[in-house]
Design a protein around this ligand. Structure first.
Ligand code: HSC
Length: 674
């Protein structure tokens, strides 16, 4: 029985119908002695068809097909290659044996879509692995390589070749026979171990509804008859599937894939890249170098500070070794990557590079000096990329005689960890550069998002609007800890003032100073950050910023100095400080993001609304389960969005630009997938 629904053999309705028919044939035709289920193309089965989730379920349903496999009197074996995920793994668990290639990955990632396994996974997996492992795997959505899954009892055999032959051999072997997993008993485990697994899963999964439901239902595997527990699983699955959280997670799943698509005129052959030069051996440059080394590129790391260069070189070699020890890469890859790294302290070193990425100090004059050198030393046709996070790409490109080769590649820190990459086209960037930047990003296993050139591109521009609104709220009456707590309660990984203290207030201070001459004095400007910096409070690194860090951890609230600075700012502006509720804070911060997102779309800085969500979720700690600011706005009543826009318009005063909500709220074809 070969499942063929490329590219990933999702179990959409026609596939389910064909699979059930095949099982019925196996049951009824006497000459058939057993069945093998395998997937066509590059993978077994990636699960249920997520595109069907917004619509009513159509028969036959997976639980019914799996019941038919179990009750078929002849043995059925699943032959797994590529991925067996979600409903794909549940299908395999309904079979009598599971055989896989070593490269196969298996898992139940449903919680990442805001749901739980709905076709028996919560009941069959614990019968093979025990409750503690099942809780850990189902609540995290972790995907395992075949060997690891075999050790846990999820697979019967891992074979290095001839998967189909191995499956047939199993059917012909003495051990072949019916052994439905549903008839097995869950292995005994100590109640305190189960409780520990439960607590750990809740902590890691932030007690999201799918995680809570998964724990309840998985535990039933050892206490409730199979059929009854299966009915509870299905009910929980259906409730969760209909929730806004699940819709948001589906939205971001498809948005991530959509972000990779370029408009037709930019779908060009990428320039070949083998050697990458990184200019600047600081934290960002080293992180980019590490990513490129791991992806197989030859890397030249250049810095004129020879001491820093040597230190970074040593650190990179150590990091590669550590990543091999942690099993993230193989020892061979680590050794080979070390050999591909060259350190250079002079510009001549970059002559061989196909791509140069500068990651030097964020100052236009410094960038100009670098790009003048690139003009002289880089080979013709090399891509000249800047990692600037908010400067004008065209202004940077003006320092070269080859503006067409200049591109923005905005990495996020730490660059070897963060998946997001903004690929920024300048006005003069050649038409093959977008494809080159996107392909390079994908080769680093990043999530590249195409952006137009404009202050802060997509992410920093929206974050800037959000942070500015939070500063207004400081002046209006809220303390830093109230704003942080409200936004953390909404789901942000960290509130804006905690983030500012962590990244260092001096960076924002320098940027403000650089822009001071262009700031219209009529615009509302909150001087709190400048005052803090003038007193040497740069955040965590000086043990004081918006908060105190004197004893190593963040003080619960802001101290008297900070409160005095804020109160003085309010008084100077003539504001009678007043209470802002958690909801006031959340809505003002979010509408500021939404308003900026609408402008970004109008200005075509973002290709599509869903790209904005991808950027905010992956680069700025926006809660994935809300789906991003655009998805959030689409869940709100229009009249409240308009009301909130009025509130921030009044709070901002001079210079406020109201974004076009229509353009943002309109669902486009690509959004309709979810
Ligand atoms: C599930 O299975 C629930 C079950 O418990 C069943 C419950 C039933 C209960 C009934 C009770 C009443 N569906 O990622 P790629 C598309 S939930 C539809 O770029 P890769 C994807 O959009 C599911 N489409 O490839 C893309 O389309 P595009 C649990 C799916 O090689 C194309 O396929 N499973 C799809 O980098 C290629 O995808 C998961 O969460 C799906 N399930 O990665 C696994 N999966 O070309 C989700 C993919 O138009 N999938 N597509 O852009 C993945 O993690 C990855 O796609 C793979 C392949 C690792 C499979």
């Amino acid at each position: 029985m070969e499942i063929s629904n490329l590219p990933v053999n999702a179990l959409s309705q026609p596939v389910r119908a064909a699979l059930l028919a095949a099982v019925e044939r196996l049951t009824s035709e006497p000459e058939l002695r057993g069945g093998v289920i395998l997937g066509a193309g590059r993978t077994f089965v990636a699960g249920a068809d997520i595109k069907e989730f917004g619509k009513p379920s159509l028969a036959p349903l997976l639980p019914d097909i799996f019941a038919a496999i179990e009750s078929c009197p002849k043995p059925v074996v699943a032959a797994l290659h590529g991925a067996a995920l979600g409903g794909g793994l549940e299908l395999a668990l309904a079979c009598d044996a599971r055989i896989a290639l070593p490269s196969t990955v298996v898992g139940l990632p449903e919680v990442t879509l805001g749901i739980i396994p709905g076709a028996g996974g919560t009941q069959r997996l614990p019968r093979l692995t025990g409750l503690t492992t099942a809780i850990r795997l189902i609540c995290s959505g972790e995907q395992l390589k075949a060997e690891a899954a075999h050790r846990l009892g999820m697979l019967d055999e891992v074979v290095v070749e001839d998967l189909q032959g191995a499956a047939i051999a199993w059917l012909n072997s003495a051990q072949a026979g019916k052994r439905p997993v549903s008839a097995m008993r869950v292995p005994e485990e100590a109640p305190e171990d189960i409780a520990k697994a439960e607590q750990a899963a809740l902590r890691a999964g932030k007690s999201r509804p799918a995680v809570v439901a998964a724990i309840t239902v998985v535990k039933e595997a050892s206490s409730t008859p199979f059929a009854e527990a299966l009915a509870h699983e299905r009910a929980a699955f259906l409730t969760l599937r209909a929730s806004p959280e699940a819709a948001a997670l589906r939205h971001i799943f498809f948005a991530e894939r959509e972000a990779a698509r370029l408009p037709a005129d930019l779908q060009q052959t990428p320039r070949p890249i083998r050697t990458v030069a990184v200019i600047g051996a600081g934290t960002m440059g080293s992180g980019i170098a590490l990513s490129a080394l791991e992806a197989g590129y030859t890397v030249i790391l250049l810095d004129q500070n020879t001491e820093l260069l040597a230190k970074s070189g040593d650190k990179l070699r150590t990091q590669l070794q550590e990543r091999a020890q942690a099993g993230k890469i193989s020892t061979a890859v680590a050794q080979e990557a070390q050999a591909r790294l060259t350190l250079a302290d002079g510009w001549a070193g970059i002559a061989l590079a196909d791509l140069v990425i500068e990651a030097v100090f964020e100052d236009l004059a410094v960038k100009h000096e670098v790009f003048r050198q690139l003009d002289t030393h880089a080979k013709p046709g090399a891509v000249l990329a800047t990692n600037t996070s908010y400067l004008d790409i065209d202004a940077i490109a003006a320092a070269t005689k080859r503006r067409e080769d200049v591109l923005g590649l905005h990495f996020f820190s730490p660059a070897h960890v963060m998946k997001l990459l903004e690929v920024v086209r300048g006005a003069h960037s050649a038409s093959d550069l977008a494809a080159t930047g996107m392909a390079f990003g994908k080769s680093l296993k990043k999530l590249p998002v195409l952006c137009g050139n404009g202050f802060g591109f997509i992410g920093n521009r929206i974050y800037n609007a959000y942070r500015t609104q939070c500063e207004f709220m400081l002046e209006d009456g809220a303390w830093p800890e109230e704003i942080d707590a409200a936004l953390e309660a909404f789901g942000f990984a960290m509130g804006p003032f905690s983030v500012a203290d962590l990244s260092g207030l001096d960076i924002a201070w320098r940027m403000r100073q650089a822009r001071a001459s262009t700031r219209d004095p009529r615009t509302r400007y909150v001087p709190v950050l400048d005052e803090l910096c003038e007193r040497g409070r740069f955040g965590r690194k000086t043990c004081a910023g918006y908060y105190n860090y004197a004893d190593g951890k963040r003080s619960a609230g802001s101290d008297d100095v900070v409160r005095a600075i804020i109160s003085e700012a309010s008084a100077k502006r003539g504001i009678a400080r007043h209470v802002l509720t958690t909801e006031d804070i959340q809505r003002r911060a979010l509408i500021a993001m939404v308003n900026e997102a609408a402008q970004i779309l109008t200005e075509a800085i973002a290709q599509r609304a869903s790209d904005i969500d991808v950027v905010l979720v992956h680069g700025y700690g926006f809660p994935r389960w809300v789906g991003g600011p655009v998805q959030w706005a689409r869940e709100q009543e229009r009249k409240y969005l308009e009301r909130d826009l009025d509130i921030i318009a009044a709070a901002t005063g001079f210079g406020f630009v109201r974004g076009d909500l229509d353009i943002l709220l309109k669902k486009t074809n690509e959004d309709n997938a979810s």
